[in-house]
Write a protein that binds this ligand. Sequence first.
Ligand code: ATP
Length: 371
Amino acid sequence: MKAVGMVVDLITLKKWLGNYDHESITIGVVASHSSLQILHGARMEGFKTLGIAVGENRKRYYSAFPGAEPDDWLMLENYQDMIKHAEWFRERNVIIIPHGSLVEYLGSQNYANLEVPTFGNRGILNWESSRAKQREWLEDGGCVMPKVIDDPHDIDGPVIVKYAGAKGGEGYFVARDYRDFKRNVNLEEEFTIQEYVLGCRYYLHFFFDPTKNDGFQVQGRDGPLGSLELLSMDRRDESNVDEFYKLGSLRDLREMNLEPSFVVTGNMPIVIRESLLPKAFELAEGTVAASYGLEEGSRGMIGPFCLETIVTDKLEFRVFEISARIVAGSNPFIGGSPYSDINEPFMSTGRRIARCIRQAIDSDNLDSILS
Ligand code: ATP
């Protein structure tokens, strides 16, 4: 996995923001992933919005959702052209909201260096995009992760083989032994072998606001760090593993030359047993607290993040991944969720981001939530 280069420093960020008209901030987003939710939320908080897209076809479908249609568009030949438009964005007081597709389309190096204020902490990307570093971070935060098998000859029981980079599960496969592994592996690609955890999957969507000093306060070494909220929860639909059971046992399937695959095709809303919530908060709190110690001067987690978990029949959480930004699994909750509705109706993750920006503008504190 490539290391991500220098992230824009705080002095540069403050210089850019010094030239911004804080009364006419525009929220910019690449038109994909969770953009409907982000645009809709930005509008609810009174911001102007900008869609960034390649191809008229991409733009056209937004006219079917007037409640989220951007006020303006920046149409590009390719997403790399965003880099050349940095000054253009800054002249229009744009704050970009990152999501998984932005990082994928732009490349993590280009994203880290994009000379435009973005929501959240870009420094975290380095830790999120390497499986080994992610494990160091999550375990430090108290999360129990699936075991890693270093030597494929040691496979003894079900494992999942994952390729490098977030691919939405593409190409992953399950193996029971070395023979299975050899039959399916692509040795050209970097891979990790993980214990296959049996249980139910829950993708927990949290929001950490370092500027808020009420609610559930995350405790750091030197006192409270900010407020942690649980906004929603989903389970992914994965093709074709989620429908495999209809065709019989794994053995029947193998006889038909079929292997389960894990490609994300959609998301379903879900809630977890209420007695599991304290543990969920404990894991998220530990993860946020550990984010401040990732490296010298780390600004820690800012904004939305998702703990991807499996709950076993012993009611224990295994955390297999973290996404340190808005996840597409929050899309079912544009109108709110059973959790966020308790505090304020219609509070999606997209709107919560816009609210965080709005409050930071009002308290002249924008640089503490952007990078
Ligand atoms: P993304 O970055 O989009 O979250 P990814 O490509 O990094 O995806 P993972 O989220 O790690 O992939 O895994 C894809 C899917 O594989 C999961 O949603 C889950 O269904 C399954 N999975 C992953 N790890 C395990 C595990 N250790 N045990 C059982 N199932 C797993």
